[in-house]
Design a protein around this ligand. Structure first.
Ligand SMILES: Cc1ncc(COP(=O)(O)O)c(C=O)c1O
Length: 437
């Protein structure tokens, strides 16, 4: 073991720590992480005393803002009463309240299962769908997902996602998933009708094979590049899935809790999934927690005298009371101020219109709180160097963004005001204009 441990206050403000391993980060290529000492609303306060605006809600989780006092207070109060209990044998009021509220918000979905993050919420939906068919004695194996999908980093979630740079080392071990085209669209796109029809025909062909489930990220595919599809397309998908008797799974890990301008993207799209995965904004971004919601008919396929029908899945921290308290407080805030998410798109719009006039940008698109635009480059992709140049320039201007390679986007916390939003766009516009190479 190396010498005496460094006291946190002695740590450099920017460094690769000898004992930490950061996610999606490459020490040999990337700028080192910056120490953060506090967060308030849309602001992150760095250890060197600078403040930066969190333009992407810290990986899309910080829903209202950092340090939201009502959520902090709810967690503190719950911690005084009950911090954790095994959920296989016990229940508690914060979990029951949360289940009641979320099932009320999702007519048609009556059962809620807890897990810890977006990937596990997806895994749970996947296992529920497969075991649903198994328990009914009519096993179906085919799963259908969309081109460009990202559903998380655990093995099942990776398998559902598009094969990519992220999955290459594991590809031989990932189970096969049938993949449907995804007709992503943007402002001024005159090819979308044609591409939607082609995708639906493709889906029809795939659904000729008995299918257990079809999984979608409704309205916006997140990590796949903030790719947006139209509600009418999703309605057509849902209708076909229903006709084929397959289960429709909505991965609303990113789109849930107001991100797309409605409380849930499925509602805005006019579709009714059989299973839904939620996480990220669930606790307002305070604690790692996820839920999978299911139709009562799905649940009933697991209720039987035969113990083999049991859903043998659970995590140590299932239904953690602190997470439930945070989620309940976050839902209270959301329902008290729906205008904060409903009105966000119109606040983005003039800025995105101005940005779209820059000649090296294309494909502007907007959905609720999420605004995206692509750099016009020869070799688009997650590794495109321009993304990091832009991230660096924006940070120097007091704004934290994390482009997905050539895809630039903003996904701010709801508490970001007009002036702060303008600062984000200003930094982004200047960064794009200052691109070199
Ligand atoms: C649509 C979607 N599903 C699942 C996940 C995985 O969530 P987590 O990172 O919490 O495991 C993500 C994460 O970005 C996501 O955007």
């Amino acid at each position: 073991m190396g010498g005496a441990p460094q006291q946190p206050e002695q740590l450099p403000h920017t460094h690769w720590h000898p004992h930490l391993w950061h996610p999606f980060a490459q020490e040999a290529l990337h700028d080192p992480p910056r120490m953060v000492r506090a967060g308030h609303g849309p602001w992150l306060e760095l250890a060197d005393g600078r403040r930066v605006l969190d333009g992407i809600s810290s990986w899309w989780v910080t829903l209202h803002g950092h340090g939201e006092p009502t959520i902090a207070a709810a967690i503190a109060a719950q911690a005084q009463k009950l911090e954790q209990v095994i959920f296989a044998n016990f229940s508690h009021r914060p979990a029951a309240t949360l289940a009641q509220r979320l099932c009320q918000a999702w007519p048609g979905l009556d059962r809620l299962f807890f897990s810890d993050n977006g990937s596990t919420a997806v895994e749970v939906c996947l296992k529920m769908a497969l075991q649903y068919w198994h328990n009914r004695g009519e096993p179906r194996q085919q799963l259908i997902a969309f081109d460009g999908a990202y559903h998380g980093d655990t093995f099942g979630a990776m398998a559902l996602g598009t094969r990519s740079l992220f999955t290459t080392p594991f590809d031989p071990l990932l189970f096969a998933v049938a993949r449907c085209r995804c007709p992503a669209t943007w402002w001024g796109d005159d090819t979308v009708d044609h591409r939607e029809q082609a995708a639906l025909q493709h889906l029809d062909q795939l659904l000729e094979t008995p299918t257990a489930a079809v999984i979608i990220e409704p309205l916006v595919q997140g990590a796949g590049g903030m790719a947006m599809v139209r509600p009418a397309f999703l309605q057509q998908v849902a209708q076909r899935v229903q006709t084929a008797g397959a289960l429709l799974v909505a991965d609303e890990v990113m789109t849930g809790f107001g991100r797309t301008g409605a409380l849930f993207a499925s509602h805005r799209s006019g579709i009714q999934p059989d299973l839904v995965a939620l996480s990220k904004g669930l606790t307002g971004g305070f604690l790692p927690m996820a839920v999978s919601l299911a139709r009562e008919t799905v649940y009933q396929a697991f209720v039987a005298d035969d113990p083999r029908h049991t859903f043998f899945h659970g995590h140590s921290f299932t239904a953690n009371p602190l997470g439930c308290a945070a989620a309940n407080a976050s839902l209270t805030l959301l329902s008290a101020h729906p205008e904060r998410y409903q009105g966000f798109a119109e606040r983005h719009r003039p800025h995105l219109e101005a940005l779209a006039r820059l000649s090296n940008l294309e494909h502007p698109r907007l959905c609720g709180t999420i605004a995206a635009i692509d750099l016009r480059v020869d070799q688009p992709g997650y590794l495109h160097e321009a993304g990091r140049q832009i991230q660096r320039a924006c940070l120097a201007a007091g704004v934290f963004l994390r482009p997905l390679g050539h895809v630039l986007y903003l996904l701010p916390p709801l508490s970001m005001n007009d002036e702060q939003l303008e600062q984000c766009y200003d930094a982004l516009g200047r960064a794009v204009q200052g691109l070199v190479g």
